[in-house]
Structure formats: structure tokens, C-alpha cells
Design a binder for this molecule. Structure first.
Ligand code: 5GP
Ligand code: ZN
Length: 114
């Protein structure tokens, strides 16, 4: 999807502060961080929203969660805690239509979210 912002980050056509990548996922710092650690973990493969997941996409979402936990641990947030979120569509505030897992840590995260 050449028009997709996050596909363009995957392709390195748009710069991002990449903190991890492998054959399946890329993790990079959010451009507008909402916590001391705020990064996005995305699949290399374009999936627009959680509504568009096929059963064969289930594993990649697990990989994204695993990678988020690894990054949180590496940054020293495993014990204190962290949050992962995937927003789906307008009511949840999704603005980029290539699924992305937010990883937030480093401050008290209130519940319920706004
Ligand atoms: P959403 O609201 O779709 O769940 O989250 C989209 C996230 O992508 C936002 O937190 C926003 O700050 C981030 N974002 C939007 N454009 C860019 C960009 O060009 N680069 C990076 N690194 N993050 C972006
Ligand atoms: Zn995409």
C-alpha cells in the first residue's frame, strides 16, 4: 500500500526512530509521545484495522504483544507496568489505518482511558 503512512515507514520511505525490526514487525517511537516510552509496534504486512484481520493474522498480533513486552522489559518497565493498546476505527480514535500496537510506559496510566 504505497499510500499508507506506516507501509512507507516499513519501506523506509519516511523516516522513523526505529527501535526494533525483524521479518514480521517494526517498532518505532511515536511522533507525538503520550508517555516517556511511547512506541508503536506494527506488522510489516498491511492490515488496515482489527476488523480486517483474517484468522491467519492472529499470530502476528501475538507477536506484536510479545515484542511490546520485550521492549518494556529492556527499558526497565516490566515490573512497574506498561500498557498496550490497539485502537480500532473512529470511535476509538484510530487515525492511521495500518494496525499498530501502542506501548506506553513511564508514568501512571489512568483507567478508564479518556
Ligand atoms: P492511532 O490514533 O491511529 O491509534 O495512533 C496513530 C499514532 O501514530 C499516533 O499516536 C500518532 O502520534 C502516530 N503517528 C502519526 N503519524 C506518524 C508519523 O509520521 N511517524 C510516527 N513515528 N508516528 C506517527
Ligand atoms: Zn500499511
Amino acid at each position: 500500500m504505497s499510500s499508507c503512512l506506516f507501509c512507507r515507514i516499513v519501506a523506509a520511505e519516511i523516516p522513523a526512530k526505529v527501535i526494533y525490526q525483524d521479518a514480521d514487525v517494526v517498532a518505532f517511537e511515536d511522533i507525538n509521545p503520550q508517555a516517556p516510552l511511547h512506541c508503536l509496534i506494527i506488522p510489516r504486512r498491511h492490515i488496515a484495522t482489527l476488523n480486517d484481520m483474517q484468522v491467519e493474522d492472529a499470530a502476528i498480533v501475538g507477536t506484536m504483544q510479545y515484542r511490546a513486552a520485550q521492549i518494556a522489559r529492556e527499558r526497565g518497565y516490566a515490573d512497574g507496568g506498561f500498557r498496550t493498546v490497539i485502537n480500532c476505527n473512529a470511535d476509538a480514535g484510530q487515525t492511521v489505518f495500518h494496525i499498530h500496537l501502542h506501548l506506553l510506559a513511564g508514568r501512571i496510566l489512568h483507567w478508564p482511558p479518556g
